[in-house]
Design a protein around this ligand. Structure first.
Ligand code: NAP
Length: 253
């Protein structure tokens, strides 16, 4: 039956940046669908841990600063040591820095590119190697952005990094589909999290954004649950290299 294809019972999902926001909601959605969760965060994520274990699933905390891709090998080692295998990777952790392009600093360029693109690639590479060792394929879900499609304003490294995420999603899918690895991305629209707090606090910018969203509301972290479970499940086995917008219709406008 088709609904069984969405059942993730017994799968192990590694979710980066799951202490808050979209990452937390995706970790909980995956746990609701049956996954045990490896949460990779800069410090413990007790709220997420409590909610995952309340669902009867296991949670393992792996501590890492993902701004430095040199930390990637120990993340995968600890994850595999904890639960013995990996089935799903959600590359969610990400940052944004805002400044006029004319004044944008090299530090703000490097920091954003490192976590949003470089670590996404090297963590995907390390996890794909693990999937290949296990011999049963796997699912990688990257978090892109509206700025994978559009230019944006005052966020040059974010636009560059999220455009790279969409391209890398296609490249990794092309190379790893033969190993039954699916690499897709979700491009959230304007979602109410820490990431967009400055935008929502800026009254004119906030009204401007809201006025352009056909759904007439900001997205919520819960809006990510269905799409991430779908892409992590066998219901999406023939979906590969694609970026799904979860944007209340923003891109259709
Ligand atoms: P958020 O609430 O700011 O969450 C970002 C997550 O990334 C947090 O868990 C954060 O951990 C983690 N993180 C940041 N720097 C890290 C580092 N150096 N090492 C490890 N983890 C780090 O924002 P969000 O909106 O949920 O963002 C989640 C993802 O969605 C990001 O990739 C973002 O670009 C993307 N996105 C968001 C929107 C939106 O409208 N909100 C739209 C499009 C795309 P700490 O709490 O320790 O900082």
């Amino acid at each position: 039956m088709i609904l069984n294809a969405f059942d993730l019972t017994g799968k192990v999902a590694l979710v980066t940046g799951c202490n808050t926001g979209l990452g937390q909601a995706m970790a909980l959605g995956l746990a609701e669908a049956g996954c045990d969760i490896i949460g990779v965060n800069r410090s413990a994520a007790p709220e997420t841990q409590a909610q995952v274990t309340a669902l009867g699933r296991r949670y393992c905390h792996v501590e890492a600063d993902l701004i430095n891709s040199a930390n990637v090998p120990q993340v995968v080692e600890q994850a595999v040591a904890a639960f013995g295998r990996l089935d799903i990777l959600v590359n969610n952790a990400g940052i944004i820095r805002r400044n006029d392009a004319l004044n944008f600093s090299e530090q703000d360029w490097d920091d954003v590119m490192n976590i949003n693109s470089k670590t996404v690639f090297f963590l995907s590479q390390a996890v794909a190697r693990q999937f290949i060792r296990q011999g049963q394929g796997g699912k990688i879900i990257n978090i892109a952005s509206m700025l994978s499609y559009q230019g944006g304003i005052r966020v040059p490294s974010y636009t560059a990094s999220k455009s790279a995420v969409m391209g890398l999603t296609r490249l990794m899918a092309n190379e790893w589909a033969q190993h039954h690895i699916n690499v897709n991305a979700i491009a959230p629209g304007y979602m109410a999290t820490n990431n967009t707090e400055p935008l929502r606090n800026d009254e004119s910018r906030s009204l401007e954004i809201l006025g352009r969203i056909p759904a007439e509301r900001w997205g919520t972290p819960e809006d990510m649950k269905g799409p991430v479970v779908f892409l992590a499940s066998s219901a999406a086995d023939y979906v590969n290299g694609y970026t799904i917008a979860v944007d209340g219709g923003w891109l259709a406008r």
